[in-house]
Design a protein around this ligand. Structure first.
Ligand code: SF4
Ligand code: SF4
Length: 126
């Protein structure tokens, strides 16, 4: 529409160009990386991150079960290393790491109660 109507094009200011540039940057960035807007620009995410230590649902990491396979790091869309920081402020609780961890070293904890405690498996190199 902007291309077709020169009169409309003249009314556009520099703010439009800045917005368009931001849109292009995040669109291209989204193709090559996971959730760039959530990771670097989302104000809501920054607000929620303040409550990561006191939220009801948390992640629990048991180093004794971990075999350092790195699978949880590879699936995390936020680039969180859950083995180093189980309740990282960047974590969005997508639970991909808990589903990927074959030794159940990373699990969900609700109100301090860890789910699946009975499923202990022996860590082994996978
Ligand atoms: S997927 Fe599980 S076993 Fe592998 S590094 Fe992560 S926590 Fe450790
Ligand atoms: S729950 Fe999702 S965002 Fe959080 S550490 Fe695991 S994979 Fe990353």
């Amino acid at each position: 529409m902007i291309i077709m109507q020169p009169a409309l094009r003249e009314k556009l200011g520099w703010i439009f160009l800045v917005k368009a540039a931001i849109l292009v940057v995040f669109t291209v960035w989204s193709v090559v990386a996971s959730r760039p807007f959530c990771r670097v620009a989302c104000p809501l995410g920054a607000f929620y991150a303040m409550f990561s230590r006191i939220r009801l649902v948390q992640l629990s990491f048991d180093a004794a079960r971990c075999n350092d396979c790195n699978a949880c790091h590879q699936v995390c869309p936020m680039g969180v290393r859950v083995t180093d920081s189980a309740n990282d402020p960047e974590c969005i609780l997508c639970l991909s790491c808990t589903k990927t961890c074959r030794t159940k070293a990373v699990r969900v904890s609700v109100g301090g109660l860890i789910s699946g405690c009975h499923q202990r498996t022996t860590p082994s190199k996978i």
